[in-house]
Design a protein around this ligand. Structure first.
Ligand code: FAD
Length: 519
Protein backbone atom coordinates (compact mmCIF):
# COMPACT_ATOMS: atom_id res chain seq x y z
CA UNK A 1 0.00 0.00 0.00
CA UNK A 2 1.21 3.55 -0.80
CA UNK A 3 0.81 6.39 1.71
CA UNK A 4 1.50 10.07 1.24
CA UNK A 5 2.64 11.74 4.44
CA UNK A 6 4.49 14.80 5.65
CA UNK A 7 7.16 14.88 8.30
CA UNK A 8 9.34 17.64 9.71
CA UNK A 9 13.07 17.20 10.23
CA UNK A 10 15.81 19.50 11.45
CA UNK A 11 18.51 20.20 8.82
CA UNK A 12 21.11 17.94 10.44
CA UNK A 13 18.71 14.94 10.12
CA UNK A 14 17.85 15.53 6.48
CA UNK A 15 20.04 12.73 5.15
CA UNK A 16 19.60 10.42 8.17
CA UNK A 17 17.76 7.49 6.64
CA UNK A 18 17.26 5.61 9.90
CA UNK A 19 15.80 8.66 11.60
CA UNK A 20 13.41 9.31 8.71
CA UNK A 21 12.25 5.67 8.68
CA UNK A 22 11.61 5.89 12.41
CA UNK A 23 9.46 8.98 11.87
CA UNK A 24 7.50 7.15 9.17
CA UNK A 25 6.82 4.14 11.46
CA UNK A 26 5.57 6.54 14.11
CA UNK A 27 3.48 8.66 11.74
CA UNK A 28 1.78 5.61 10.19
CA UNK A 29 1.61 3.75 13.52
CA UNK A 30 3.21 0.69 11.94
CA UNK A 31 4.86 -2.29 13.56
CA UNK A 32 8.59 -2.41 12.99
CA UNK A 33 8.36 -5.74 11.12
CA UNK A 34 6.62 -3.99 8.17
CA UNK A 35 8.94 -3.44 5.20
CA UNK A 36 9.01 0.19 4.10
CA UNK A 37 10.29 2.00 1.06
CA UNK A 38 10.00 5.74 0.68
CA UNK A 39 10.73 8.50 -1.82
CA UNK A 40 10.81 12.21 -1.04
CA UNK A 41 8.36 13.98 -3.33
CA UNK A 42 8.97 17.52 -2.14
CA UNK A 43 11.30 19.21 0.29
CA UNK A 44 10.86 22.76 1.56
CA UNK A 45 12.47 24.76 4.31
CA UNK A 46 10.30 26.38 6.96
CA UNK A 47 12.17 29.14 8.81
CA UNK A 48 9.16 31.09 10.01
CA UNK A 49 9.28 30.09 13.66
CA UNK A 50 12.00 28.73 15.91
CA UNK A 51 14.82 26.59 14.58
CA UNK A 52 14.43 26.16 10.80
CA UNK A 53 13.21 22.74 9.73
CA UNK A 54 12.54 20.89 6.53
CA UNK A 55 9.07 19.83 5.60
CA UNK A 56 9.30 16.56 3.68
CA UNK A 57 6.45 15.29 1.62
CA UNK A 58 6.96 11.51 1.34
CA UNK A 59 5.53 8.68 -0.67
CA UNK A 60 5.76 5.57 1.49
CA UNK A 61 5.29 2.01 0.26
CA UNK A 62 4.37 -0.58 2.90
CA UNK A 63 5.51 -3.99 1.70
CA UNK A 64 5.93 -2.60 -1.81
CA UNK A 65 8.42 -0.44 -3.68
CA UNK A 66 7.29 3.09 -4.21
CA UNK A 67 7.87 5.17 -7.34
CA UNK A 68 7.34 8.87 -7.97
CA UNK A 69 5.93 10.17 -11.28
CA UNK A 70 9.44 11.09 -12.37
CA UNK A 71 10.74 7.57 -11.72
CA UNK A 72 8.20 6.26 -14.23
CA UNK A 73 9.11 8.81 -16.90
CA UNK A 74 11.38 7.59 -19.66
CA UNK A 75 12.56 9.85 -22.44
CA UNK A 76 13.67 8.25 -25.68
CA UNK A 77 15.78 10.06 -28.23
CA UNK A 78 15.51 8.89 -31.85
CA UNK A 79 18.17 8.75 -34.56
CA UNK A 80 17.51 11.86 -36.64
CA UNK A 81 20.40 11.99 -39.16
CA UNK A 82 18.07 11.59 -42.11
CA UNK A 83 14.92 13.14 -40.67
CA UNK A 84 13.44 16.52 -41.78
CA UNK A 85 15.48 19.37 -40.32
CA UNK A 86 14.46 22.48 -38.42
CA UNK A 87 16.70 25.46 -37.71
CA UNK A 88 16.89 26.62 -34.10
CA UNK A 89 18.51 30.02 -33.67
CA UNK A 90 19.95 30.33 -30.17
CA UNK A 91 21.52 27.67 -27.96
CA UNK A 92 20.00 28.99 -24.73
CA UNK A 93 17.60 26.92 -22.59
CA UNK A 94 14.80 27.50 -25.13
CA UNK A 95 17.02 26.43 -28.04
CA UNK A 96 18.64 23.36 -26.44
CA UNK A 97 15.40 22.01 -24.96
CA UNK A 98 13.73 22.61 -28.33
CA UNK A 99 16.53 20.59 -29.95
CA UNK A 100 16.12 17.66 -27.54
CA UNK A 101 12.36 17.72 -27.99
CA UNK A 102 12.87 17.67 -31.77
CA UNK A 103 15.04 14.56 -31.45
CA UNK A 104 12.45 12.90 -29.25
CA UNK A 105 9.82 13.63 -31.88
CA UNK A 106 11.97 12.47 -34.80
CA UNK A 107 13.08 15.81 -36.26
CA UNK A 108 16.66 16.89 -36.91
CA UNK A 109 17.60 20.12 -35.12
CA UNK A 110 20.29 22.41 -36.50
CA UNK A 111 21.17 24.75 -33.64
CA UNK A 112 22.96 27.99 -34.51
CA UNK A 113 24.52 30.29 -31.94
CA UNK A 114 26.47 33.50 -32.42
CA UNK A 115 28.62 32.68 -29.39
CA UNK A 116 31.13 30.00 -28.44
CA UNK A 117 30.88 26.64 -26.70
CA UNK A 118 30.75 26.75 -22.89
CA UNK A 119 34.48 26.20 -22.46
CA UNK A 120 35.71 28.78 -25.00
CA UNK A 121 33.11 31.21 -23.71
CA UNK A 122 34.80 31.22 -20.32
CA UNK A 123 37.78 33.16 -21.71
CA UNK A 124 35.49 35.97 -22.82
CA UNK A 125 33.86 36.11 -19.39
CA UNK A 126 37.32 36.47 -17.87
CA UNK A 127 38.03 39.36 -20.25
CA UNK A 128 34.83 41.13 -19.13
CA UNK A 129 35.61 40.54 -15.47
CA UNK A 130 39.30 41.39 -15.52
CA UNK A 131 39.82 43.76 -18.46
CA UNK A 132 36.35 45.25 -18.91
CA UNK A 133 36.25 44.02 -22.52
CA UNK A 134 32.81 42.98 -23.77
CA UNK A 135 32.69 40.68 -26.81
CA UNK A 136 29.29 41.37 -28.45
CA UNK A 137 28.94 37.70 -29.45
CA UNK A 138 30.31 35.97 -26.37
CA UNK A 139 29.45 37.22 -22.90
CA UNK A 140 27.21 36.42 -19.90
CA UNK A 141 24.14 36.36 -22.18
CA UNK A 142 25.47 35.03 -25.51
CA UNK A 143 27.07 31.68 -26.19
CA UNK A 144 26.28 28.01 -25.58
CA UNK A 145 23.54 27.61 -22.98
CA UNK A 146 22.60 31.28 -23.44
CA UNK A 147 22.05 33.48 -20.42
CA UNK A 148 21.30 30.28 -18.51
CA UNK A 149 24.86 28.86 -18.46
CA UNK A 150 26.68 31.27 -16.17
CA UNK A 151 23.46 32.17 -14.42
CA UNK A 152 22.43 31.34 -10.89
CA UNK A 153 20.59 28.27 -12.09
CA UNK A 154 17.55 28.75 -9.91
CA UNK A 155 14.84 26.62 -11.44
CA UNK A 156 11.72 28.39 -10.25
CA UNK A 157 8.67 28.91 -12.38
CA UNK A 158 5.18 30.21 -11.86
CA UNK A 159 3.91 27.53 -14.22
CA UNK A 160 1.59 24.97 -12.62
CA UNK A 161 2.12 22.38 -15.37
CA UNK A 162 3.63 19.78 -13.08
CA UNK A 163 4.13 17.08 -15.71
CA UNK A 164 6.04 19.46 -17.96
CA UNK A 165 8.15 20.79 -15.13
CA UNK A 166 9.05 17.26 -14.03
CA UNK A 167 10.09 16.33 -17.56
CA UNK A 168 12.29 19.41 -17.90
CA UNK A 169 13.96 18.79 -14.54
CA UNK A 170 14.47 15.13 -15.42
CA UNK A 171 16.27 16.11 -18.62
CA UNK A 172 18.61 18.25 -16.52
CA UNK A 173 19.20 15.34 -14.12
CA UNK A 174 19.78 12.95 -17.04
CA UNK A 175 22.49 15.36 -18.21
CA UNK A 176 24.25 15.68 -14.88
CA UNK A 177 22.22 17.83 -12.45
CA UNK A 178 21.76 16.51 -8.93
CA UNK A 179 18.58 14.50 -8.21
CA UNK A 180 17.74 17.04 -5.50
CA UNK A 181 16.30 19.41 -8.09
CA UNK A 182 13.44 16.94 -8.56
CA UNK A 183 12.24 17.41 -4.98
CA UNK A 184 13.40 20.83 -3.84
CA UNK A 185 10.70 23.46 -3.52
CA UNK A 186 13.32 25.95 -4.75
CA UNK A 187 15.68 23.94 -6.94
CA UNK A 188 19.07 25.43 -7.75
CA UNK A 189 21.99 24.17 -9.85
CA UNK A 190 24.75 26.79 -9.64
CA UNK A 191 26.97 28.29 -12.30
CA UNK A 192 29.86 25.90 -11.67
CA UNK A 193 27.67 22.88 -12.57
CA UNK A 194 25.67 24.34 -15.45
CA UNK A 195 28.40 24.31 -18.14
CA UNK A 196 28.92 20.55 -17.73
CA UNK A 197 25.18 19.90 -17.99
CA UNK A 198 24.93 22.08 -21.09
CA UNK A 199 27.81 20.34 -22.84
CA UNK A 200 26.24 16.95 -22.02
CA UNK A 201 23.06 18.16 -23.68
CA UNK A 202 25.09 19.09 -26.74
CA UNK A 203 26.60 15.58 -26.76
CA UNK A 204 23.11 14.04 -26.82
CA UNK A 205 22.05 16.32 -29.69
CA UNK A 206 25.16 15.43 -31.73
CA UNK A 207 25.05 11.71 -30.92
CA UNK A 208 21.52 11.42 -32.24
CA UNK A 209 22.26 13.23 -35.50
CA UNK A 210 21.41 16.84 -34.67
CA UNK A 211 23.83 19.68 -35.39
CA UNK A 212 25.16 22.47 -33.19
CA UNK A 213 27.16 25.28 -34.82
CA UNK A 214 28.91 28.05 -32.91
CA UNK A 215 30.10 31.40 -34.25
CA UNK A 216 27.04 31.36 -36.48
CA UNK A 217 25.28 34.66 -36.08
CA UNK A 218 22.00 34.84 -37.91
CA UNK A 219 22.09 38.14 -39.77
CA UNK A 220 19.04 37.77 -41.99
CA UNK A 221 16.01 35.59 -42.63
CA UNK A 222 15.14 34.06 -45.97
CA UNK A 223 11.50 34.92 -46.53
CA UNK A 224 9.55 34.24 -49.71
CA UNK A 225 5.85 34.99 -50.08
CA UNK A 226 5.45 35.43 -46.33
CA UNK A 227 7.03 32.05 -45.62
CA UNK A 228 10.31 31.76 -43.70
CA UNK A 229 12.49 29.28 -45.58
CA UNK A 230 15.75 29.67 -43.73
CA UNK A 231 18.41 32.05 -42.46
CA UNK A 232 21.55 33.87 -43.54
CA UNK A 233 24.55 33.19 -41.30
CA UNK A 234 27.30 35.78 -40.78
CA UNK A 235 25.99 37.76 -43.78
CA UNK A 236 27.20 35.14 -46.24
CA UNK A 237 25.93 31.59 -45.84
CA UNK A 238 22.35 30.63 -46.69
CA UNK A 239 20.86 27.76 -44.69
CA UNK A 240 17.40 26.49 -45.59
CA UNK A 241 15.02 24.25 -43.63
CA UNK A 242 11.31 23.66 -43.17
CA UNK A 243 10.95 25.75 -40.04
CA UNK A 244 12.96 28.38 -38.16
CA UNK A 245 12.70 28.64 -34.37
CA UNK A 246 13.87 32.05 -33.19
CA UNK A 247 15.12 31.65 -29.62
CA UNK A 248 17.63 34.48 -29.43
CA UNK A 249 16.95 35.75 -25.90
CA UNK A 250 16.10 39.14 -24.44
CA UNK A 251 19.39 40.79 -25.32
CA UNK A 252 19.52 40.19 -29.10
CA UNK A 253 18.63 43.76 -29.97
CA UNK A 254 19.97 43.30 -33.51
CA UNK A 255 17.41 40.54 -34.14
CA UNK A 256 14.55 42.80 -33.05
CA UNK A 257 15.88 45.53 -35.38
CA UNK A 258 16.25 43.04 -38.22
CA UNK A 259 12.62 41.89 -37.92
CA UNK A 260 11.45 45.49 -37.89
CA UNK A 261 13.49 46.32 -41.00
CA UNK A 262 11.81 43.38 -42.70
CA UNK A 263 8.39 44.78 -41.64
CA UNK A 264 7.70 41.79 -39.41
CA UNK A 265 5.32 42.81 -36.62
CA UNK A 266 6.74 43.33 -33.12
CA UNK A 267 5.29 44.84 -29.95
CA UNK A 268 6.74 46.83 -27.06
CA UNK A 269 6.67 44.68 -23.91
CA UNK A 270 6.58 45.86 -20.30
CA UNK A 271 9.67 44.91 -18.30
CA UNK A 272 11.34 45.92 -15.03
CA UNK A 273 14.48 47.84 -14.15
CA UNK A 274 16.34 48.84 -11.01
CA UNK A 275 19.48 48.13 -9.04
CA UNK A 276 21.15 45.11 -7.41
CA UNK A 277 21.52 45.22 -3.66
CA UNK A 278 24.22 43.34 -1.80
CA UNK A 279 24.29 42.48 1.93
CA UNK A 280 26.65 40.29 3.92
CA UNK A 281 25.15 36.78 3.78
CA UNK A 282 25.58 36.43 7.55
CA UNK A 283 23.23 39.36 8.06
CA UNK A 284 20.54 37.82 5.84
CA UNK A 285 21.00 34.50 7.70
CA UNK A 286 20.52 36.30 10.98
CA UNK A 287 17.36 38.03 9.76
CA UNK A 288 15.83 34.90 8.21
CA UNK A 289 17.05 32.14 10.52
CA UNK A 290 17.82 34.10 13.70
CA UNK A 291 21.18 32.36 13.55
CA UNK A 292 24.64 33.83 13.11
CA UNK A 293 26.60 31.87 12.18
CA UNK A 294 23.93 29.63 10.67
CA UNK A 295 24.08 25.92 11.45
CA UNK A 296 26.20 24.04 8.95
CA UNK A 297 23.41 21.98 7.41
CA UNK A 298 21.37 25.05 6.49
CA UNK A 299 21.71 26.66 3.05
CA UNK A 300 22.51 30.37 2.75
CA UNK A 301 19.24 32.17 3.50
CA UNK A 302 17.26 33.85 0.76
CA UNK A 303 14.39 36.31 0.64
CA UNK A 304 11.63 37.44 -1.65
CA UNK A 305 10.14 40.90 -1.25
CA UNK A 306 7.26 42.64 -2.98
CA UNK A 307 5.62 46.01 -2.49
CA UNK A 308 3.35 48.38 -4.32
CA UNK A 309 4.38 52.01 -4.75
CA UNK A 310 1.63 54.16 -6.25
CA UNK A 311 0.04 50.93 -7.51
CA UNK A 312 3.24 49.90 -9.33
CA UNK A 313 5.24 46.85 -8.27
CA UNK A 314 8.69 47.10 -6.71
CA UNK A 315 10.12 43.66 -6.03
CA UNK A 316 13.20 41.58 -5.45
CA UNK A 317 14.33 39.75 -8.57
CA UNK A 318 16.72 36.83 -9.01
CA UNK A 319 17.90 36.78 -5.39
CA UNK A 320 21.25 34.99 -5.13
CA UNK A 321 22.14 33.80 -1.61
CA UNK A 322 25.85 33.18 -1.18
CA UNK A 323 26.30 34.63 -4.65
CA UNK A 324 28.21 37.06 -6.82
CA UNK A 325 27.23 40.11 -8.81
CA UNK A 326 28.36 39.75 -12.44
CA UNK A 327 28.74 42.09 -15.43
CA UNK A 328 26.04 41.13 -17.93
CA UNK A 329 26.44 43.72 -20.71
CA UNK A 330 26.24 42.42 -24.27
CA UNK A 331 28.03 45.24 -26.08
CA UNK A 332 30.88 47.65 -25.41
CA UNK A 333 29.70 50.96 -23.96
CA UNK A 334 27.02 49.40 -21.70
CA UNK A 335 26.96 48.57 -18.03
CA UNK A 336 24.56 45.90 -16.77
CA UNK A 337 24.69 43.85 -13.57
CA UNK A 338 23.06 40.54 -12.72
CA UNK A 339 23.57 37.83 -10.11
CA UNK A 340 24.74 34.22 -9.94
CA UNK A 341 26.00 31.72 -7.42
CA UNK A 342 27.95 28.49 -7.26
CA UNK A 343 26.19 25.26 -6.31
CA UNK A 344 27.37 25.55 -2.70
CA UNK A 345 26.20 29.14 -2.44
CA UNK A 346 29.12 29.83 -0.21
CA UNK A 347 30.22 33.38 -0.99
CA UNK A 348 29.97 35.77 1.96
CA UNK A 349 27.47 37.95 0.07
CA UNK A 350 23.74 37.88 -0.62
CA UNK A 351 22.64 39.87 -3.66
CA UNK A 352 19.31 40.53 -5.30
CA UNK A 353 17.87 42.71 -8.01
CA UNK A 354 15.43 45.28 -6.65
CA UNK A 355 13.43 46.44 -9.62
CA UNK A 356 10.29 48.28 -10.52
CA UNK A 357 7.78 47.34 -13.17
CA UNK A 358 7.69 49.62 -16.23
CA UNK A 359 4.60 49.69 -18.41
CA UNK A 360 4.46 50.69 -22.06
CA UNK A 361 2.16 53.57 -21.11
CA UNK A 362 4.53 54.94 -18.49
CA UNK A 363 7.58 54.85 -20.74
CA UNK A 364 5.59 56.22 -23.63
CA UNK A 365 4.53 59.17 -21.46
CA UNK A 366 8.24 59.84 -20.80
CA UNK A 367 8.96 60.03 -24.51
CA UNK A 368 9.90 56.39 -25.07
CA UNK A 369 7.01 55.25 -27.24
CA UNK A 370 6.69 52.87 -30.19
CA UNK A 371 7.95 49.34 -30.59
CA UNK A 372 11.46 50.15 -29.45
CA UNK A 373 10.67 52.77 -26.79
CA UNK A 374 11.23 50.37 -23.89
CA UNK A 375 14.38 48.90 -25.44
CA UNK A 376 15.78 52.37 -26.17
CA UNK A 377 15.10 53.44 -22.59
CA UNK A 378 16.83 50.30 -21.27
CA UNK A 379 19.87 50.88 -23.52
CA UNK A 380 20.04 54.57 -22.63
CA UNK A 381 20.19 53.90 -18.87
CA UNK A 382 22.85 51.19 -19.40
CA UNK A 383 24.95 53.58 -21.52
CA UNK A 384 24.57 56.36 -18.97
CA UNK A 385 25.88 54.10 -16.20
CA UNK A 386 28.83 53.11 -18.39
CA UNK A 387 29.66 56.67 -19.39
CA UNK A 388 29.67 57.82 -15.78
CA UNK A 389 32.56 55.42 -15.12
CA UNK A 390 36.12 55.09 -16.36
CA UNK A 391 35.44 53.10 -19.50
CA UNK A 392 35.73 49.71 -17.78
CA UNK A 393 33.02 47.48 -16.29
CA UNK A 394 33.48 48.99 -12.81
CA UNK A 395 29.96 49.63 -11.55
CA UNK A 396 28.61 52.76 -9.89
CA UNK A 397 27.40 51.96 -6.40
CA UNK A 398 26.04 53.65 -3.31
CA UNK A 399 25.70 52.79 0.33
CA UNK A 400 22.10 51.70 0.98
CA UNK A 401 21.56 54.36 3.67
CA UNK A 402 22.79 57.10 1.36
CA UNK A 403 20.72 55.76 -1.52
CA UNK A 404 17.48 55.81 0.43
CA UNK A 405 18.26 59.15 2.10
CA UNK A 406 19.31 60.74 -1.20
CA UNK A 407 22.74 61.78 0.09
CA UNK A 408 26.39 61.08 -0.63
CA UNK A 409 28.13 60.67 2.72
CA UNK A 410 29.10 57.07 3.38
CA UNK A 411 31.64 55.11 1.38
CA UNK A 412 30.69 51.87 -0.33
CA UNK A 413 31.90 48.69 1.31
CA UNK A 414 33.37 45.55 -0.18
CA UNK A 415 31.52 43.74 -2.96
CA UNK A 416 31.55 40.39 -4.75
CA UNK A 417 31.56 42.21 -8.10
CA UNK A 418 34.96 41.34 -9.59
CA UNK A 419 35.42 44.37 -11.92
CA UNK A 420 34.92 46.49 -8.79
CA UNK A 421 32.43 49.09 -7.61
CA UNK A 422 32.96 52.79 -6.96
CA UNK A 423 30.97 55.35 -5.00
CA UNK A 424 28.50 57.29 -7.14
CA UNK A 425 25.33 59.32 -6.48
CA UNK A 426 22.88 56.80 -7.90
CA UNK A 427 20.00 58.79 -6.42
CA UNK A 428 20.88 61.45 -8.99
CA UNK A 429 22.01 59.18 -11.82
CA UNK A 430 18.88 57.07 -12.02
CA UNK A 431 15.80 58.48 -13.76
CA UNK A 432 13.80 60.32 -11.04
CA UNK A 433 10.64 58.25 -11.27
CA UNK A 434 12.61 55.02 -10.95
CA UNK A 435 14.68 56.28 -8.05
CA UNK A 436 11.59 57.44 -6.15
CA UNK A 437 9.87 54.08 -6.51
CA UNK A 438 12.96 52.08 -5.56
CA UNK A 439 13.51 54.30 -2.53
CA UNK A 440 9.97 53.77 -1.30
CA UNK A 441 10.11 50.06 -2.04
CA UNK A 442 13.35 49.68 -0.10
CA UNK A 443 11.84 51.60 2.81
CA UNK A 444 8.94 49.13 2.92
CA UNK A 445 11.31 46.16 2.66
CA UNK A 446 13.27 47.49 5.63
CA UNK A 447 10.09 47.27 7.70
CA UNK A 448 9.42 43.72 6.53
CA UNK A 449 12.96 42.49 7.24
CA UNK A 450 14.39 44.05 10.38
CA UNK A 451 18.08 44.73 9.81
CA UNK A 452 17.79 44.93 6.00
CA UNK A 453 18.27 48.71 6.04
CA UNK A 454 21.93 48.89 6.97
CA UNK A 455 25.12 50.69 6.03
CA UNK A 456 26.58 47.21 5.46
CA UNK A 457 24.64 47.00 2.19
CA UNK A 458 25.55 48.47 -1.21
CA UNK A 459 23.27 49.31 -4.08
CA UNK A 460 24.89 48.59 -7.49
CA UNK A 461 23.66 49.78 -10.92
CA UNK A 462 22.07 48.86 -13.24
CA UNK A 463 19.78 45.83 -13.19
CA UNK A 464 18.10 46.16 -16.55
CA UNK A 465 17.96 42.76 -18.31
CA UNK A 466 15.10 41.34 -16.29
CA UNK A 467 13.02 40.27 -19.28
CA UNK A 468 12.56 41.23 -22.90
CA UNK A 469 11.44 44.82 -23.63
CA UNK A 470 10.03 43.62 -26.97
CA UNK A 471 7.60 40.83 -27.84
CA UNK A 472 7.55 38.95 -31.14
CA UNK A 473 3.91 37.96 -31.56
CA UNK A 474 2.82 34.45 -32.46
CA UNK A 475 -0.38 32.62 -33.27
CA UNK A 476 -1.84 30.91 -30.17
CA UNK A 477 -2.37 27.59 -31.90
CA UNK A 478 0.33 27.15 -34.53
CA UNK A 479 2.87 29.20 -32.50
CA UNK A 480 4.07 30.72 -35.78
CA UNK A 481 4.48 34.42 -36.28
CA UNK A 482 0.98 35.58 -37.34
CA UNK A 483 2.32 37.09 -40.57
CA UNK A 484 5.21 34.79 -41.47
CA UNK A 485 4.64 31.06 -41.84
CA UNK A 486 7.47 28.82 -40.71
CA UNK A 487 8.88 31.40 -38.28
CA UNK A 488 8.49 30.41 -34.61
CA UNK A 489 9.30 33.09 -32.01
CA UNK A 490 10.36 31.23 -28.88
CA UNK A 491 11.63 31.68 -25.31
CA UNK A 492 12.40 34.77 -23.31
CA UNK A 493 13.46 36.99 -26.21
CA UNK A 494 10.14 36.52 -27.92
CA UNK A 495 8.35 37.37 -24.67
CA UNK A 496 6.98 33.90 -23.88
CA UNK A 497 9.19 32.95 -20.97
CA UNK A 498 10.97 34.43 -17.99
CA UNK A 499 13.74 32.28 -16.63
CA UNK A 500 15.51 29.04 -17.45
CA UNK A 501 12.68 26.61 -16.78
CA UNK A 502 9.96 28.51 -18.61
CA UNK A 503 12.27 29.17 -21.58
CA UNK A 504 13.09 25.45 -21.72
CA UNK A 505 9.40 24.51 -21.60
CA UNK A 506 8.59 27.06 -24.31
CA UNK A 507 11.25 25.49 -26.52
CA UNK A 508 9.60 22.09 -26.07
CA UNK A 509 6.16 23.53 -26.74
CA UNK A 510 7.17 25.20 -29.99
CA UNK A 511 8.73 21.99 -31.32
CA UNK A 512 5.62 20.02 -30.35
CA UNK A 513 3.63 22.48 -32.50
CA UNK A 514 6.07 22.03 -35.39
CA UNK A 515 5.96 18.23 -35.14
CA UNK A 516 2.21 18.28 -35.86
CA UNK A 517 3.05 19.42 -39.39
CA UNK A 518 4.95 16.16 -39.92
CA UNK A 519 2.48 13.79 -38.28
C1 FAD B 1 23.74 36.35 -14.73
C2 FAD B 1 22.35 35.77 -14.96
C3 FAD B 1 21.74 35.03 -13.96
C4 FAD B 1 20.48 34.45 -14.16
N1 FAD B 1 19.96 33.65 -13.19
C5 FAD B 1 18.82 32.97 -13.44
C6 FAD B 1 18.32 32.03 -12.51
O1 FAD B 1 18.90 31.80 -11.45
N2 FAD B 1 17.16 31.38 -12.81
C7 FAD B 1 16.49 31.60 -13.97
O2 FAD B 1 15.44 30.98 -14.19
N3 FAD B 1 16.94 32.50 -14.87
C8 FAD B 1 18.10 33.17 -14.64
N4 FAD B 1 18.57 34.04 -15.58
C9 FAD B 1 17.76 34.27 -16.78
C10 FAD B 1 17.85 33.07 -17.75
O3 FAD B 1 19.20 32.80 -18.01
C11 FAD B 1 17.07 33.38 -19.01
O4 FAD B 1 15.73 33.59 -18.63
C12 FAD B 1 17.12 32.22 -20.00
O5 FAD B 1 18.45 31.90 -20.32
C13 FAD B 1 16.36 32.57 -21.28
O6 FAD B 1 16.50 31.51 -22.18
P1 FAD B 1 16.36 31.69 -23.76
O7 FAD B 1 16.82 30.41 -24.33
O8 FAD B 1 15.02 32.19 -24.09
O9 FAD B 1 17.40 32.85 -24.17
P2 FAD B 1 18.93 33.01 -23.87
O10 FAD B 1 19.37 32.18 -22.75
O11 FAD B 1 19.16 34.48 -23.78
O12 FAD B 1 19.65 32.42 -25.16
C14 FAD B 1 19.63 33.08 -26.38
C15 FAD B 1 20.78 32.56 -27.24
O13 FAD B 1 20.62 33.09 -28.55
C16 FAD B 1 21.89 33.40 -29.07
N5 FAD B 1 21.72 34.43 -30.11
C17 FAD B 1 21.29 35.70 -29.95
N6 FAD B 1 21.24 36.32 -31.14
C18 FAD B 1 21.64 35.42 -32.06
C19 FAD B 1 21.81 35.48 -33.48
N7 FAD B 1 21.54 36.58 -34.17
N8 FAD B 1 22.27 34.38 -34.11
C20 FAD B 1 22.56 33.23 -33.42
N9 FAD B 1 22.42 33.15 -32.09
C21 FAD B 1 21.95 34.22 -31.42
C22 FAD B 1 22.68 33.88 -27.88
O14 FAD B 1 24.07 33.73 -28.10
C23 FAD B 1 22.15 33.00 -26.76
O15 FAD B 1 22.97 31.86 -26.58
C24 FAD B 1 19.81 34.64 -15.39
C25 FAD B 1 20.42 35.41 -16.40
C26 FAD B 1 21.67 35.96 -16.20
C27 FAD B 1 22.32 36.77 -17.30
Amino acid sequence: MIHEIQIKVYPDRLYDDEFILEQIYKELKLKRDKKLSYRIRKKSLDARKGRPKYLLSLLVGVDEVVQRDVDKLSIEYKEVHTRPSIIIVGAGPAGYFAALEAIELGLKPIVLDRGKDVRARRRDLKAIQQEGLVNPDSNYCFGEGGAGTYSDGKLYTRSKKRGKIIKTLKILVDHGAKEDILIDAHPHIGSNKLPGIISNMRSTILAKGGEVRFGTKVTDLVIEDKVCKGVIINEEEELLAGQVVLATGHSARDIFRLLDQKHIALEAKPFALGIRIEHPQALIDEIQYKQNPREEALPAASYSLVSQVDKVGVFSFCMCPGGLIVPAATAPGELVVNGMSLSKRNSPYANSGIVTALSNEELSSKGYGGIFGNMDFQAEVEQKMFEYGDGTQKAPAQNLIDFVNGQDMIDVGASSYIPGIYRAPLHELLPDFIYERLKQGLTTFSLKMKGYFTSEANVVAIESRTSSPVRIPRDHTSLEHPEIKGLYPCGEGAGYAGGILSAAMDGQRVVQAISKIYS
